[in-house]
Design a protein. Structure first.
Length: 130
């Protein structure tokens, strides 16, 4: 199950308006997945994908690290999800605030990797070596 793990310094974020759970909480704006109301033009869909040592994610390749976290980073804050099942091979966020330009994938004490999000493709791709 996916769960919101971290929202840091949200009150100080540029453009931050109100907290929300659904788009209906935001009037003419949308509810971004970090729980803030933003204009639709300030969010974008992002897919994070990964392989394990060049191989597709699977029960076998993910045996050492079956779950990890994904954080999205901006210059001023971050938020994320955990546990993310490794064998999925991808994680999709439909309404990520555009200020988040970097993805971080990791497992406490095992690995921690960062990748810039391609803003045109809305992707961040990792080859992990947990």
């Amino acid at each position: 199950m996916r769960a919101l793990v971290l929202v840091v310094l949200l009150a100080g974020c540029p453009g931050s308006k109100a907290e929300c759970v659904t788009d209906g909480d935001c009037g003419s704006d949308v509810c971004a997945r970090n729980g803030e109301c933003l204009p639709a033009s300030d969010v974008y869909p992002v897919r994070v994908t990964w392989t394990i040592r060049g191989m597709p994610a699977s029960a076998t390749t993910c045996a050492q690290t079956p779950d990890f976290f994904i954080y999205f980073q901006s210059a001023n804050d971050s938020f994320g999800f955990a546990p993310v099942p490794c064998n999925q091979g991808s994680f999709f966020v439909d309404k990520l605030p555009k200020r988040y330009t970097e993805a971080e994938i990791g497992a406490d004490g095992r690995f921690d990797e960062f990748m810039a999000i391609d803003p045109r493709a809305g992707t961040a791709m990792f080859d992990l070596s947990p």
